[in-house]
Design a protein around this ligand. Structure first.
Ligand code: GLU
Length: 295
């Protein structure tokens, strides 16, 4: 197998320390495996995309010494592939149009919550639109035992999610005509031949959905590794929404050393003097850690 991994930022703002940690982890894993490392700009969510942010992220990665082995892929150029995947699922009878508004779903979930049942989409439109106009496309998840997806995360261990009770039929194309992250990421990772996904643990909850989609599309499942997310003083994930600051121009080495520390890496040289020295020491430390944990 030829290792292929990636970093897939959403250009909703500049890179911050939390996203640097994910980028570094995916870069080190690819280097430790002697594999290829790619960058994909996830600019599929039109309303959230900030003009100029993608270019800013790419130049920041460069400044931190992380160079992709192939030109970046832009999701906004790949719409035709998402449409093809949806049509494949439509032909297989695995998706259905949904006419529920957010409010209707929230109301029915509130009701379900009051009854102490789960918060999964209740499947209102499974049997038809009940006279409502089609808004979104949902993938039908299985019932019973086949709804349980189990996978081995290389960092976090065995993970299990019951798609029927914890998620419900999920959206592939949104009511605002935007492609959902779950579909785009699966199609893109497959088309790029990704063998290893390394990303932040905030995306762990999406992984079972992505594995199920891979089964539906008849494509291989890569291996997954989710690194611990960086949190602020309130214990919330660092994000642009809660004020994470952009990485400054100065001292990339200090920032990289802090990111390696967050990943629990013990660098041989406490004070790497250049980006090259840092990347060599951090790659060796990552490889060592993986071999110890048999990952
Ligand atoms: N674009 C996603 C994000 O920035 C990451 C997607 C992924 O790595 O699967 O959170």
């Amino acid at each position: 197998m030829t290792y292929r991994g990636r970093f897939a930022p959403s250009p909703t703002g500049p890179l911050h320390f939390g996203s640097l940690v994910s980028a570094l982890a995916s870069w080190l894993d690819a280097r430790a495996h002697g594999g290829a490392w790619l960058v994909r700009i996830e600019d599929i969510d039109g309303p959230r995309t900030v003009p100029g942010a993608a270019e800013d992220i790419l130049s920041t990665l460069e400044r931190f010494g992380m160079r992709a082995d192939e030109p970046p892929v832009w999701q906004s150029h790949r719409i035709a592939r998402y449409q093809e995947a949806l049509e494949q699922l439509q032909a297989a009878g695995l998706v259905y149009p949904c006419g529920c508004t957010r409010k209707e779903i929230a109301d029915s979930l509130l009701h379900a919550h009051a009854r102490n049942t789960t918060l999964a989409y209740p499947g209102t439109c499974r049997s038809g639109l009940h006279g409502k106009p089609a808004r979104a496309w949902r993938l039908r998840v299985p019932d019973g035992d086949t709804a349980v997806i189990t996978f081995e995360d290389r960092w976090q261990g065995t993970q299990t999610q019951n798609l029927a009770t914890e998620v419900g039929d999920f959206v592939l194309k949104r009511a605002d005509d935007q492609w959902a992250y779950q579909l785009a990421v699966v199609v893109d990772d497959t088309d790029a031949g990704m063998t290893h996904i390394v990303r932040g643990a905030d995306l762990m909850d999406s992984t079972a959905r992505q594995i199920y989609l891979q089964h539906c599309l008849g494509v291989p499942t890569p291996s997954y590794l989710h690194v611990p997310v960086v949190t602020n003083d309130q214990g919330e994930k660092l994000s642009k929404q809660n004020g994470a600051t952009a990485l400054g121009n100065e001292r990339p080495l200090d920032t990289l050393i802090a990111a390696a520390k967050h990943l629990g890496l013990e660098l041989d040289c406490a004070e790497p003097s250049s980006l090259e020295n840092f990347h060599a020491a951090a790659t060796a430390a990552w490889a060592h850690r993986m071999s110890r944990k048999d990952m």
